[in-house]
Write a protein that binds this ligand. Structure first.
Ligand code: AMP
Ligand code: ZN
Length: 113
């Protein structure tokens, strides 16, 4: 756990959120500044700064399962959705605790901005 990491505080329940999905290693909740009609974040409960620090294969598999389960819980699987992981400056990362964005409820343009 990183003491001044906002997502560590959410993962440890020091900041309460309404979980959209939760298991032993991951928790999902609504993004506070939604960029689509549905915008959720899936985070590991363990602190990893970026995707490049994640090297535990069980957690890698678990992350995909958590994204799938969250998309199901949000009823996004039929219409589809976008999953995004921003990494460092050029990726537009602002919170340095690994997280998966799940965006849905509208058509997503490509290429992204
Ligand atoms: P990124 O730019 O990929 O690092 O995304 C960070 C995301 O976290 C942004 O979409 C923020 O709106 C979101 N965010 C930051 N703090 C919170 C919070 N306390 N609760 C929910 N979402 C948050
Ligand atoms: Zn953290």
């Amino acid at each position: 756990m990183s003491d001044n990491c906002i997502f560590c505080k959410i993962a440890s329940k020091r900041i309460p959120v309404e979980p959209l999905y939760e298991d032993e290693n991951f928790i999902a909740f609504h993004d506070m500044n939604p960029q689509a009609p549905v915008h959720a974040l899936v985070i590991p409960k363990t602190h990893f700064e970026t995707i490049m620090e994640l090297d535990d294969e069980a957690l890698m598999v678990g992350a995909f399962r958590a994204v799938q389960a969250t998309a199901k819980a949000l009823n996004l699987t039929e219409e589809g959705f976008r999953t995004v992981i921003n990494c460092r400056e050029n990726g537009g990362q602002t919170v340095y605790h690994l997280h998966f964005h799940i965006l849905g409820g509208r058509f997503m343009q490509w290429p992204p901005g």
